[in-house]
Design a protein around this ligand. Structure first.
Ligand SMILES: Nc1nc(=O)c2c([nH]1)NC[C@@H]1CN(c3ccc(C(=O)N[C@@H](CCC(=O)O)C(=O)O)cc3)CN21
Ligand SMILES: O=c1ccn([C@H]2C[C@H](O)[C@@H](COP(=O)(O)O)O2)c(=O)[nH]1
Length: 307
């Protein structure tokens, strides 16, 4: 293997495929699984951990990240931007609860055109965005009663803390709101982020409890790097490193072709992520603010997503 940044990922993919514990999983598809890997990616000089052994739809991942930051949990605004990666879960719920065999395109069309339908069937519950920028609080209202308090914006708080107290060991946000897991379409996978400032550089660690190495990883690593870059820019820091750690890192059994093809390819080039503008706040980024240069990946590889 070369010393290309992607070699770590390919080594992990091979290791999981060759030595992972084969088991049935929640989706019924089956996986091979390994516990607790850590990968590190250099983010200096605009480096970004975009996979090159398949083309990654990085704008889709970036749009998803911007959607998280708005606090929105309904797929409607994603679908309006032609982002389809979250559609399968509301679609499965709709089919299950109504017995109607609607196809995916028709479901998305209804989400876009019918306000009531979108409100009833497009929401994923209190997933990432809700927890990141509007974590529910409750305050005593006398007689043992509680009323809703103001929501906590963990991201705004994080920016404030990085600026005011960069040496803090509490630069953390999390989507793992135990009391609300039951209402979520899926409990958060990329669940906890911690940050560290040293030598004018902001590094970030992502703890991902569960990782689909064939599909999710490419998105999760890119998005985490993007978030670190945005936070660094807002805090007048450079970006340092992304440390990615997973709990259950797995490959789905129906991704054999993807593993075989990616391992047969040689990583190439060193793409760069440019931020074209410095928005007024972490919540004001737009998709046009991001550009990827020098990205010359191998062709995309289609793979089914386990629902
Ligand atoms: N099994 C599973 N894997 C995941 O990665 C995953 C979930 N479930 N559930 C929630 C979200 C949704 N995510 C997804 C879902 C689909 C793709 C996907 O199909 N990606 C394709 C096409 C992307 C596109 O161009 O739209 C890919 O080739 O990367 C990626 C991430 C990540 N998460
Ligand atoms: O950002 C994400 C979101 C989801 N995944 C994957 C990891 C698993 O394969 C499924 C979630 O299933 P659980 O049974 O809840 O673990 O989705 C991902 O890799 N990245």
């Amino acid at each position: 293997m070369t010393d290309h940044y992607e070699a770590q990922y390919l080594d992990l993919l091979a290791r999981v495929w060759e030595t992972g514990d084969e088991r049935r999983d929640r989706t019924g598809v089956g996986t091979r699984s390994l516990f607790g890997p850590t990968l590190r990616f250099d983010l200096t000089d605009d480096r970004v951990p975009l996979l090159t052994t398949k083309r990654v739809a990085w704008k889709t991942a970036a749009r998803e990240m911007l959607w998280f930051l708005t606090g929105d949990t309904n797929i409607r605004s994603l679908v309006a931007q032609k982002v389809h990666i979250w559609t399968d879960w509301p679609l499965a719920r709709y089919r299950r609860e109504t017995g109607e065999a609607i196809d995916r395109d028709a479901f998305e069309a209804r989400i876009l055109t019918d306000d009531e339908f979108a409100a009833a069937w497009g929401d994923l519950g209190p997933v990432y965005g809700k927890q990141w920028v509007d974590w529910d609080t409750y305050e005593p209202a006398g007689d043992g009663l509680y009323r809703r308090g103001p929501g906590i914006n963990q991201i705004a708080e994080l920016v404030r803390m990085i600026r005011q107290d960069p040496g803090s060991r509490r630069l953390i946000f999390t989507g793992w709101n135990v009391a609300q897991l039951g209402g979520m379409a899926l409990p958060p996978c990329h669940m906890t982020y911690q940050f560290h400032v040293a030598g004018g550089r902001l590094s970030g660690m992502l703890w991902q409890r569960s990782c689909d190495l064939g599909l999710g990883f490419a998105f999760n690593a890119f998005s985490a790097a993007l978030l670190i870059r945005m936070l660094a820019q807002q805090c007048d820091l450079e970006a340092g490193e992304l440390v990615w750690s997973a709990g259950d890192a797995h490959v789905y059994l129906n991704h054999a072709h993807l593993v075989e093809q990616q391992l047969a390819r040689t990583p190439r080039g060193s793409p760069r992520l440019r931020l074209n503008r410095r928005p007024d706040s972490i919540f004001d980024y737009r998709i046009e603010d991001f550009a990827i240069e020098a990205y010359d990946p191998h062709p995309a590889i289609a793979a089914p997503v386990a629902v």
